[in-house]
Write a protein of this length. Structure first.
Length: 149
């Protein structure tokens, strides 16, 4: 039976590697006070990183969904426009109508592009804010763990 690759790295079947006792009993390496506090800081850092990743994933799903909606709307509008252009009527009226429809399509495309840009920017800002807030907290926690004020 093949040996489980995870068992050789000290993690076993548990997905989290516990560092708290890493230096305990190792010759020449004294037990360091505050290691557990430092590991707590790193655990919280990893939690926030995972939360930021989840938030980005959800935001990107919403962005892609909106892009799909915009694409469906564009296809429907194009189909309707083609129907109007193919309908019987005076060519001069069709040309005048086409110019107005083209203007509206350009304005709508610009508005849709702006909306998607704002959604993507907001997604990035949420992730940056989460990480920036955590960095400040981590520095304070590290300072406290080291006994500094």
């Amino acid at each position: 039976m093949p040996k489980d690759n995870n068992s050789s790295n000290g993690a076993g079947h548990d997905s989290a590697f516990h560092f708290a006792g890493l230096t305990n009993g190792m010759p020449g390496i004294p037990n360091m006070p505050g290691v557990e506090a430092l590991m707590q800081v790193q655990r919280r850092n990893a939690e926030v990183l995972a939360q930021a990743g989840q938030q980005i994933f959800q935001d990107m799903q919403a962005l892609m969904q909106r892009q799909g909606e915009i694409m469906r709307e564009s296809i429907q509008e194009s189909t309707q426009l083609m129907g109007r252009l193919m309908a019987p009527g005076a060519p001069q009226d069709k040309i005048a109508g086409q110019a107005e429809v083209t203007k509206q399509a350009i304005e709508k495309a610009a508005a849709n592009g702006r909306e998607l840009f704002e959604m993507a920017s907001a997604c990035q800002m949420r992730a940056v804010e989460m990480m920036t807030t955590r960095m400040g907290e981590a520095f304070e926690e590290l300072r406290s763990a080291c006994g500094q004020k």
